[in-house]
Design a binder for this molecule. Structure first.
Ligand SMILES: *Cc1c(COP(=O)(O)O)cnc(C)c1O
Length: 371
């Protein structure tokens, strides 16, 4: 049996350090907005090459607050990818605006800059590209389209900490970016946490205010804010893991390179790594026209898999009223096809070489079986 993901291995290896970090915070009795959070913000800002990082309660809140901070609100349209985790689009609704979906480049599953350009209207205010599976979207082209029309860019980098495009880290290309520290992400907390990255001092200041009840200082609340801080316990635990992130990323990349060699010539679509991109392989996702049969054959062989994602975002029931009767599959054909065909296979730093061989061999056999 090879599980799709086994967080227990990571935590067993770090048990003593994580326990010491937690004890340090418990001993300090300082739990919210303190030195651990500030240190984590500095460390992550340095890693991403941005001027400011602001810890918040989740990746979802990072997106929602970043959108508000760049000026998105009621009456605005925000263009985002038709193929992502639902939060890339639901947070646009939370910010009071309307999501407008653009289709993906089928090779990389990331937002297509030409499709973004076609989706722009007089009401468009911002673009939310997603660095899906850990690979940077073609962010320079998307930023160029946005800048030419005066639109803000908020990068959804929830799956892509450590990724880069043309040698420059994701998260610093747009006006702001979100990171998620959900436990299964490449840098995962022991609970929920997220972060906003930005080079803009005004955006950082606004997010700091929005995460803490719109506080302008000394209990003077200058706007409607929220309660979404990254707590000290999570920050301390994340700082332990952050020291391993680069080694973990290299391990993920090595597994991906190994899979590419082991699966060379197999009748299955492998991830395409753009030469401009440093892919951090949050997910290693293959595609096959008979995805469900492939997943069943792998399950029978004891290999865990997962589907990211089985429904294109505009096809989600929550967007039915917005998208209308015309099928999402017709308007966003590449997103719809990806939703039918993608399958993620085990890819995490602790996956052994024997397990990698086992997954690849089982995948080859499963392709044969389903013919
Ligand atoms: C995980 C994720 C989010 C949301 O992050 P949470 O921390 O779970 O709120 C947003 N966008 C994408 C693409 C994600 O994968």
């Amino acid at each position: 049996m090879i599980p799709f993901l086994d967080l227990g291995r990571q935590h067993a290896a770090l048990h003593d350090e994580l326990t010491a970090a937690a004890a340090r915070v418990l001993g300090s009795a300082r739990f919210v907005l303190g030195p651990e959070g500030e240190a984590l913000e500095r460390e992550v800002a340095a890693l991403a090459g941005v001027a400011h990082a602001v810890g918040v309660g989740s990746g979802t809140d990072a997106l929602r607050l970043a959108l508000a901070a760049v000026g998105v609100g009621p009456g605005d349209e925000v263009i985002t990818s038709a193929f992502s985790f639902v939060a890339s689009a639901s947070t646009i609704l939370m910010a009071g605006a309307t999501p407008v979906f653009a289709d993906i480049d089928p090779a990389t599953y990331t937002l297509d800059a030409a499709a973004v350009e076609r989706a722009i209207t007089r009401r468009t205010r911002a673009v939310v590209p997603v660095h899906l599976y850990g690979q940077a979207a073609g962010i320079d082209a998307i930023v160029a389209v946005a800048r030419a029309r005066g639109l803000a860019v908020v990068e959804d980098a929830a799956q892509a900490i450590g990724a880069a495009w043309r040698g420059r880290p994701v998260g610093g290309w747009g006006d702001a970016a979100c990171l998620s520290f959900y436990p299964t992400k490449n840098l995962g907390a022991c609970g929920d946490a997220g972060m906003v990255l930005t080079d803009r001092a005004d955006v950082a200041e606004r997010v700091r205010r929005l995460r803490h009840h719109g506080d302008g200082g000394r209990y003077r609340h200058v706007e409607l804010g929220y309660c979404s801080r990254l707590d000290e316990l999570q920050a301390a635990l994340l700082r332990v893991k952050l020291r391993r992130l680069e080694a973990w990323t290299e391990a993920r990349r090595a597994i991906a390179a190994r899979y590419a060699a082991l699966l060379d010539g197999a009748p299955v679509g492998l991830p395409v790594e753009r030469p401009e991109a440093r892919h951090v392989y949050h997910l290693y996702t293959v595609r096959h026209p008979q995805r469900d049969a492939l997943a069943r054959a792998l399950a029978d062989a004891g290999i865990g898999t997962a589907v990211h994602y089985p429904i294109a975002v505009p096809g989600q029931p929550m967007f039915a009223a917005l998208v209308g009767a015309e099928g999402a599959g017709r308007r966003w054909p590449e997103a719809a096809r990806a939703a039918r065909e993608v399958l993620s296979i085990p890819c995490y730093p602790e996956l052994t070489r024997e397990e990698q061989d086992g997954v690849a061999a089982a995948l080859r056999r499963a392709c044969k079986e389903i013919g």
